[in-house]
Design a protein around this ligand. Structure first.
Ligand SMILES: Cc1cc2nc3c(=O)[nH]c(=O)nc-3n(C[C@H](O)[C@H](O)[C@H](O)COP(=O)(O)OP(=O)(O)OC[C@H]3O[C@@H](n4cnc5c(N)ncnc54)[C@H](O)[C@@H]3O)c2cc1C
Length: 536
């Protein structure tokens, strides 16, 4: 049987951060990943000479990525990732907070007669951004080369901690869904849709409204997001950490401290970090021997976790285009949030979708296709063109596109069960491309070399993420995870002896930055536990 001081399950950003922190500290660590490569929802792949991001289109620095790279000496060229916001033919390249004024002018031009409502919303965004600056704008002291020297660390740590707590108090008062906050500022549904329809339903207001500041915080590693993942995996193995891919953990026996993989191989550990889907952990721990109070607490937590769902997922269309990058760079930057129609989604993604699902057996394909057409026409898309940030991402004179929008997992599942999943995926590809051809990129659809897509179900299949969620729990129900920044350090704890958790399911709202933070915190907990164990 294999035996390691720490076993990390799941090689996404959280698991990799944890494994690297442990290996760097000299801990004997094994990372187990079910896929052929690590990265999870941060990955880059090639198709016929075109490079695409399968998950996040760029990295949000959030005061974490750069310090992490510095601490572990990761050598990576980081390229700029300018973001364009677009509505119909109005395009704005975001250049810090000063762009808020121009954004307001665009909105006032599109929604005449409600200029004061636009001012109210922009004022709210400005105020939240000021509150969030301490989180996004300052290097997080969790990663610093000089952390062992208290004299060097202390001044920045004290300043950061002070600002952090002030911010935390204000943020904890802004946990209401952003829709409610916008309702207080405007009666115009289209305006509210344009501001918020690319956020998950009921996203906390502080998170949604501060996103404007995050646009300038995106960076793009040369070689794509996957280059960052490769740098992490190399750094783990260089420090003696072990990585075992194509291996799925299917059973956890916490009292024996044993894991079993899909080939029957067993692994003994002192501590374990679970950085995969949290529901999966509770499902596969079922049936193993747990006793007394631990059993009681475990079952309680299990009920809470299994009762909840993931947030909306994403539908991504990948397309290779027989046009040179200059055609597209003349229009917008290589990473854009674009809404082709100022009318907004209205009830298409809420009441209308629910209606369709409620009478599913009576819904015809024509009806669904008509809903899909409207859904695409009025939606907001994230458009990523890797070659506009890194010239090596596509063959000479050609361009690769990734076009995505939030998408409902249940709808995809119903279509799959009805047996027309592949056809539906093709239809979505055509619609996504057609809507951009009718608006920002005329003629795009005539120059497509090939296209393919990934549905919410593909995300589930790839990383086992419940409901194909990319950011953990839905904000529409009770969240069975830590939601207060004051308690982030507790997010990695479980009732199971020696078992910690990390990643998008353990803290909400989640994403790349929280995956890094929770991975790091979980590693620290394991190191502390190991020290105690060694003293004994
Ligand atoms: C299209 C898209 C756009 C995004 N955009 C952004 C963005 O702009 N900003 C942002 O912050 N975030 C963004 N995200 C979200 C971000 O990528 C994720 O939240 C983050 O990467 C999650 O990391 P993780 O380690 O928690 O989980 P994951 O990346 O899901 O990693 C979990 C890993 O565990 C493995 N695993 C699961 N179960 C097992 C098992 N039983 N045994 C072994 N291995 C297992 C999986 O295969 C996977 O590799 C985006 C995601 C997508 C898909």
């Amino acid at each position: 049987m294999n035996k390691h001081e720490v076993v990390v399950v799941g090689g996404g950003l959280a698991g990799l951060t944890a494994a690297l922190s442990l290996a760097h500290g000299g801990t004997d660590v094994l990372l187990i990943e079910k896929n052929e490569h690590c990265g999870g929802l941060m990955n880059t792949f090639w198709r016929d000479g075109f490079r695409f991001e399968g998950g996040a289109r760029a990295l949000v620095n959030a005061g974490l990525v750069t310090p992490l790279m510095k601490e572990f000496g990761l050598e990576l060229d980081i390229l700029p990732n300018p973001i364009t916001l677009g509505i119909e033919d109005k395009l704005l390249v975001i250049n810090g907070e000063r762009s808020l004024h121009e954004y307001a002018q665009i909105l006032k031009g599109l929604y005449k007669g409600i200029e004061h409502e636009v001012d109210g919303i922009i004022g709210a965004i400005r105020s939240v951004i000021n509150d969030m600056k301490v989180l996004y704008g300052v290097d997080n002291p969790l990663f610093t080369k000089k952390k062992n020297n208290p004299l060097v660390l202390a001044p920045s740590m004290i300043a950061w901690t002070f600002k952090f707590f002030r911010t935390m108090i204000r943020i904890s008062r802004m946990n209401t869904p952003f829709e409610q906050a916008l309702d207080k500022l405007s009666n115009n549904q289209a305006l509210k849709d344009i501001i918020g329809q690319h956020f998950f339903r009921n996203t906390p207001v502080f998170f949604a409204l501060s996103y404007f500041a995050l646009y300038n915080d995106y960076v793009y590693p040369k070689g794509g997001v996957g280059a960052f993942i490769n740098a992490l995996t190399d750094a783990i193995t260089q420090r003696g950490g072990k990585i075992r891919c194509k291996t799925e953990v299917i059973r956890v026996e916490p009292e024996k401290k044993i894991l079993t993989d899909d080939s029957g191989q067993e692994y003994r550990y002192n501590s374990m970090i679970w950085a995969g889907d949290l529901r999966n952990l509770y499902q596969i721990t079922e049936g193993t021997v747990l006793t007394g109070n631990i059993k009681h607490q475990f079952l309680q937590q299990k009920d809470r976790v299994l009762a909840q769902k993931g947030a909306e997922s994403v539908f991504s269309v990948f397309a290779a285009v027989d046009l040179p990058p200059e055609v597209f760079s003349a229009i917008a930057t290589g990473h854009m949030f674009y809404t082709p129609d100022r009318a907004g989604l209205g009830e298409l993604h809420t009441r209308r979708l629910k209606e369709l699902l409620d009478r599913w057996d009576l819904v015809t394909r024509d009806e669904l296709n008509s809903w899909l057409k409207d859904f695409c026409q009025y939606n907001t898309f994230e458009v990523s063109i890797p070659v506009l940030r890194d010239s090596e991402a596509a063959p000479q004179g050609q361009t690769g596109f990734i076009i995505s929008a939030l998408f409902d997992y249940e709808l995809t599942e119903r279509i799959r069960e009805a047996g027309w999943y592949d056809e539906f995926k093709k239809q979505v590809e055509l619609e996504f491309i057609a809507v951009l051809s009718r608006s920002i990129y005329p003629g795009l659809q005539d120059k497509i070399l090939f296209s393919f897509s990934a549905s919410p179900r593909s995300i589930f299949d790839m990383v086992k993420s419940a409901e194909g969620s990319i950011v953990g729990w839905s904000f529409e129900a009770e969240i069975p995870a830590v939601t207060s920044m004051f308690r982030m350090a507790d997010s990695v704890k479980t009732v199971l002896p020696g078992v910690y958790t990390a990643g998008k399911w353990v803290y909400s709202p989640a994403g790349g930055p929280t995956a890094i933070m929770t991975g790091r915190i979980a590693a620290k907990r394991c190191q502390k536990e190991l020290k105690k164990y060694k003293v004994l």
